[in-house]
Design a protein around this ligand. Structure first.
Ligand SMILES: CC(C)(COP(=O)(O)OP(=O)(O)OC[C@H]1O[C@@H](n2cnc3c(N)ncnc32)[C@H](O)[C@@H]1OP(=O)(O)O)[C@@H](O)C(=O)NCCC(=O)NCCS
Length: 184
């Protein structure tokens, strides 16, 4: 387990898959992700089998929230595209339990993943891509210390329109400076 203040990360278990499929079939959750078709449990199971064959550091983790000593799964997140030579990785996140949105869990989970990436995996740069329309996600990444670094113009077709994909990143020294200042 990797513990934060209100949350923890644990390995994904096969029992999580029905819950993940339900979350990813919610159009509101899916609109921020690069998924656009309904997903079956069988497809989610194939994703899980393929995921187990990827390097261990790239296995996504289940995000759980602690409430009165009961740990409740609310989403998942992970690092991928880990580049050993350049010490960089991409990060992805979704909180599927919508009642947990806008309560700071996304930015807390991101800060915990940055600590894991920089302090445990010895990464130097962590980056992400986010749709320009996903204002909640952009704000939560800014709160976690990500800096805007670019824009892929009209790179995604969604709801009949082309939209931009924003590129954001944070470097280990930037993270360390803010971590030393806030302890989070
Ligand atoms: C994106 C996501 C991880 C963010 O997690 P979260 O717990 O909801 O985010 P936080 O509560 O930490 O921060 C959200 C911030 O956005 C703000 N916000 C919410 N809606 C907003 C809007 N329409 N415009 C601007 N800001 C908005 C909130 O007020 C909050 O900022 P504040 O703390 O300064 O008030 C989560 O909402 C999610 O998983 N969404 C669905 C999947 C997805 O889009 N994943 C990201 C793919 S790149």
């Amino acid at each position: 387990m990797i513990y934060g203040e209100r949350i923890r990360f644990r390995a994904i278990e096969r029992e999580d898959l029905p819950r993940f499929a339900a979350w990813l079939n919610d159009p509101e959750v899916r609109s921020g992700l690069s998924l656009f078709l309904p997903m079956s449990l069988a497809e989610e199971e194939s994703w899980y089998e393929a995921m187990l064959k990827r390097p261990a550091a790239e296995h996504p983790l289940t995000i759980e929230v602690n409430q009165a000593d009961i740990w409740t799964p609310i989403g998942n997140m992970g690092l991928f595209q880990i580049d050993e030579r350049n010490r960089s990785a991409e990060v992805g996140i979704f909180i599927g339990e919508k009642s947990y949105w806008n309560k700071g869990y996304g930015s807390e989970a991101m800060r915990l993943m940055l600590r894991h990436g920089f302090n445990t995996l010895n990464l130097h740069r962590i980056y992400l891509r986010v749709y320009e329309t996903n204002l909640r996600a952009i704000r939560s990444y800014e709160k976690a210390g990500f800096i805007h670094e670019g824009r892929m113009r009209k790179a995604e077709f969604q709801e009949g329109c082309y939209i931009d994909i924003l590129l954001m990143s944070i470097l280990q020294p930037e993270w360390k400076e803010s971590f030393d200042a806030t302890g989070r």
